[in-house]
Design a protein around this ligand. Structure first.
Ligand SMILES: [Zn+2]
Ligand SMILES: [Zn+2]
Length: 634
């Protein structure tokens, strides 16, 4: 049997040789670092025998996928530990997720923190036992019987639905689990890990099913990496926007409107400033804002196709025997506006912006703080243009997006998704539009990744993924080409040769859902908003009642300069006033006592740098106003 290695050398080995044995043959160091194997591109166990000619790459500790194998194997060990410690617990599934893994269990009694500690200790013991992790192939019927005997109904489900004619199960010591693999060769290879939390999770994510208990954990090969990761998690916990949103009095939620945020004055101010910022960009980039209704006759959603494909997430109502739906998107409205009147090619592109409120029914299990809500607004817009204009439009959009993400201090990655197998429009149209998108992106020299076949059926798209201060990624911006909606709404323009043509429609949102973006922003800056966004930019802190009038004068002057300022009029010690302003993350504190009142000066403290010394009010205002105008991050 011939095995082709990544460096191009070919090895002749007897059939049945394992990748681990080949790694050992190459060197003891490689065998020690080996975690899994890639055989003809497929990730496999190191100990699974090779049977036919193939290409082989040894996956080592340094490869990203090694971490997934490690985390997945740690999930199994966690499940084994749970079943050893709590007999009668049923196991469901334990996949790898971003930064870790989870495992779902069916057990009546909830897991406590003490239980988690005990499970962790048991996993360490399993690691010490150094059990071989063996892969077994069983005919499906036999595997189903096996799990029926074990009284593992969830595993019966997977053996029935996930396996083929043969089903793989994995055994470590006395313990077995259904799994497709691959895993580490033995439990002794498990690295450092931490079980993090327990949460309820419906079986298969469906709220009609039984609620299971999900144990979350993470694992690394390297102790230092685990330590850094736990520190980031701790920081994320402190910055949780749900917690900060409450503390900073930005928003609240109420059972009367599930998963729908109520923005309090400070949160609403923040919201409106984001909208103002985007409006400012629209001024520069040539958009016209429109205002459209909230509720439409269902016929509109039938025309747009939402009724057929999207109705599960829409809210319906009946008035005057007509069925109406609340809008989940703005696109159909904009098509109606475009369709009003004739358009010459000379008038294109038409760029419409809309901050309309949208409603989408999200399953209660999927909603979380501002991240996933049932009502939100996007910085939504649609561009109607000719095919030739797609290149420039996408280029300008990209420039606007990159400019704005930089303002918020967010790093960005760009992905271009191309035609899927099932698609509208012919290949030559897709050829042209994909080429236009690529060319437009290249203009900016910003690297992008192509996701072949990931586009929507109605057109290719570009996704902008930003990375926040805690190195977490969020998809916020999109640019989506659409040939179908203009067709459905019969949209036209008159071309230079007087013929009627279809415009291309570009769906675009830069910050995406403003609710979600605010949640992201709160966590990105830990609630310490840059001056231009801060709900309260400065607070005047009079040391005694004698300086109250002076404090008020200062406030009036700063407000006149457009700054958001309050006076702390409470009868508290100055130390307490400073501490509270600091906790509320107010960018500047102006401390005024008799000395300042007499000389007409101020003593400035910044939340970041502490005491900045004495200055004049004019000087402070000038600096602050310039800082706001430049939208400086600090
Ligand atoms: Zn597995
Ligand atoms: Zn749209």
């Amino acid at each position: 049997m011939k095995v082709m290695l990544p460096d191009g050398t070919e090895k002749s080995v007897p059939a049945g040789t394992t990748p681990l044995a080949i790694a050992e043959g190459i060197g003891a160091g490689l065998a020690r670092a080996a975690v899994a194997a890639r055989v003809d591109g497929e990730l496999r166990d190191l100990t699974r025998p090779l049977t036919v000619d193939c290409s082989l790459a040894i996956v080592t500790l340094r490869d990203e996928e090694a971490l997934e194998v490690l985390r997945h194997s740690t999930a199994h060990a966690t499940a084994q530990a749970v079943q050893e410690l709590f007999p009668g617990t049923r196991i469901a599934q334990g996949p790898v997720i971003d930064d870790g893994f989870y495992y779902d269990f069916d057990r009546e009694e909830p897991f406590t923190d003490k239980d988690l500690a005990a499970i962790e200790a048991r996993v360490k013991e399993i690691r010490k036992r150094n059990l071989a992790i063996e892969r077994l192939e069983l005919p499906r019927d036999e595997a189903i019987r096996f799990f029926e005997n074990e009284e593992e109904p969830y595993k019966v489900h997977f053996a029935t639905t996930k396996g083929g004619e043969t089903v793989t199960i994995y055994r470590q010591g006395e313990w077995t689990d259904f799994c497709l693999g691959p895993h580490l060769p033995s439990t002794g290879r498990l690295g450092v890990f931490k079980l993090l939390s327990v949460a309820g999770a419906y079986w298969l994510g469906d709220e009609k099913n039984k609620m299971l208990q999900r144990i979350y954990g993470t694992a690394f090969f390297d102790k230092q990496e685990l330590k850094e990761h736990l520190a980031l998690l701790e920081e994320a916990r402190k910055r949780d926007h749900r917690k900060l949103g409450k503390e900073l009095k930005l928003f609240s939620f109420h059972p009367e409107a599930p998963a729908s945020p109520f923005f309090h004055p400070k949160g609403a101010g923040l919201y409106n400033r984001l909208v103002d910022y985007v409006r400012g960009l629209y001024q520069v980039y040539g958009y016209d804002e429109v205002i459209t209704p909230q509720i439409f006759d269902s016929s509109l959603w039938k025309t747009s196709g939402h009724y057929e494909h999207y109705r599960d997430v829409m809210y319906f109502t009946e008035v005057d025997d007509r069925e109406y739906a609340v809008k989940p998107m703005n696109c159909p409205s904009h098509c109606l506006i475009y369709g009003e009147g004739r358009h010459s090619y000379r008038q294109l592109p038409i760029r419409m912006a809309d901050f309309g409120r949208l409603h989408r029914y999200e399953l209660s299990g999927a909603t979380a703080g501002l991240t996933r809500v049932r009502t939100f607004c996007q910085d939504d817009g649609h561009i109607f243009c000719t095919e030739d204009q797609v290149h420039d439009e996408v280029g300008n959009l990209t420039r606007m997006y990159l400019e704005s993400y930089a303002v918020f201090g967010l790093d960005v990655r760009i992905f271009l998704s191309t035609r899927p197998e099932k698609k509208a429009g012919d290949d030559s149209l897709w050829d042209r539009s994909e080429a236009a998108l690529k060319a437009a992106l290249k203009t900016y020299g910003h690297p992008f990744t192509v996701n072949e076949g990931d586009g929507a059926f109605y057109g290719p798209k570009i996704d902008f993924i930003v990375r926040d201060a805690l190195r977490r990624e969020h998809q916020i911006g999109t640019i989506q080409l659409d040939y179908v909606l203009p067709e459905r709404f019969g949209l036209k323009y008159i071309d230079a040769d007087n013929s009627e043509k279809r415009p291309v429609m570009i769906h675009r949102a830069m910050l995406g859902s403003l609710e979600r973006f605010i949640g992201l922003l709160i966590e990105h800056c830990g609630g310490a908003f840059p001056l231009w966004l801060a709900p309260e930019q400065a607070r005047v802190l009079p040391i005694t009642d004698r300086t109250m009038d002076y404090a008020e004068q200062l406030r009036t002057s700063m407000a006149a300069a457009g700054l958001r300022v309050t006076v702390d009029r409470r009868n508290e010690k100055i130390g307490a006033k400073i501490r509270e302003a600091q906790l509320e993350k107010i960018p500047f504190m102006l401390v005024v006592g008799d000395k300042e009142a007499e000389s007409g000066s101020i003593t400035v403290r910044s939340r970041k740098d502490g005491d900045l010394g004495t200055s004049t009010l004019d000087e402070f205002i000038e600096n602050a106003v310039a800082n706001v105008a430049a939208r400086r991050s600090e």
